[in-house]
Design a protein around this ligand. Structure first.
Ligand code: GUN
Length: 300
């Protein structure tokens, strides 16, 4: 068997187009432009690239982008004061504080200071609770992107055996909640799980989000399964030249392709969906703030 490759890059482009079309209608008909504020503290190189991409794609979707760059030494009270200003700003419908934050700042305190209605990351404790209890929430972007890819591939997820590898607050836990909400039978596996291979082999849907390069070999995969690889790991690639690297997922793509029914590649799978879903969440937050119909197919 050779797995179908799930083209996350093309799917993300389609999501961005649908967001942009909805934004154009909002702006044309109602004079309303969704706005996203991104806060970055310090100068982590990976965060810099991520924030630049977010800003470009926000503007391309017809939304307003507000960027707040603060020095590494910023005090927590100063960051909280900025969050309070953004909460009160009617032009800002979404607020994202780029993680990781410097060690002297309590990230939980900052996340929970964001107005839950503007929490487009879906990390606020209220949104976590709303998702867990099946109520209307803003949902974390990466798991939302995975859910969209799964629904597109499989239609109904009802009754499917789903295994989520990884239990992070950003991906693993919300992914499990979303799969449960779509009536899958969900197992959350992690580094302490006994016989991980046997657990993974039961999965009709396998979502790998552990951050360990090529950890899941093909023989952990059930024939015909749908595999979603959330990992983005950089490995040295001396064959490409001195100091060069290559990016791989948490799944060993070559061996997995011989067993799975469908698989997301790395890069070009889940990665592009994260920012596309951030734009979708910003649009959703704007529509909810103004009591307007939400975009169809762009929420959980
Ligand atoms: N850093 C890495 N991924 C994310 C994300 O999804 N949201 C935020 N705020 N920071 C991140």
């Amino acid at each position: 068997m050779t797995a179908d490759i799930i083209d996350g890059k093309a799917f993300a482009a389609d999501v961005r187009e649908r967001v942009a079309a909805h934004v154009a209608r909002l702006t044309g008909d109602r004079g309303l432009t969704p706005g996203l504020a991104v806060v970055i503290v310090g100068s982590d190189p990976a965060s810099e690239i991520y924030v630049r991409n977010k800003q470009r794609q926000t503007v391309e979707a017809g939304m307003q982008s507000f960027e707040h760059r603060l020095p590494e030494a910023t005090a927590e009270v100063a960051l909280l004061a900025l969050i309070a200003r953004l909460n009160a700003d009617p032009a800002v419908h979404g607020i994202l504080c780029q993680l990781p934050l410097p060690g002297h700042i309590n990230a939980d305190a900052v996340i929970n200071a964001i107005d839950p209605a503007k929490d487009v990351d879906g990390f606020h404790i209220s949104n976590v609770g709303l998702l867990a209890t099946g109520q209307k929430a803003l949902v974390p972007c990466t798991p939302l992107g995975c859910l969209m890819l799964l629904r597109d591939r499989l239609g109904s997820l009802s009754g499917a055996d789903a295994v989520v590898l990884g239990r992070s607050n950003i991906v693993g836990k919300p992914m499990a909640q979303l799969l449960l909400r779509d009536s899958a039978t969900v197992t959350v596996a992690h580094s302490r799980t006994r016989d991980l291979a046997a657990v993974c082999r039961r999965a009709d849907i396998l979502v790998a989000a552990v951050g360990r390069p090529e950890m899941v070999p093909g023989d952990w995969i059930k024939p015909g399964a749908t595999v979603i690889d959330v990992g983005i790991n950089r490995l040295p690639a001396p064959e490409r030249g001195e100091g060069k690297t290559r990016i791989v997922g948490d799944v060993d793509f070559a061996s997995a392709c011989r067993v799975a029914g469908a698989i997301t590649p790395v890069p070009g799978g889940v990665g592009p969906m994260t920012i596309a879903c951030l734009l979708a969440n910003t649009l959703t937050a704007c529509c909810r703030a103004h009591g307007m119909a939400e975009p169809e197919g762009l929420t959980a």
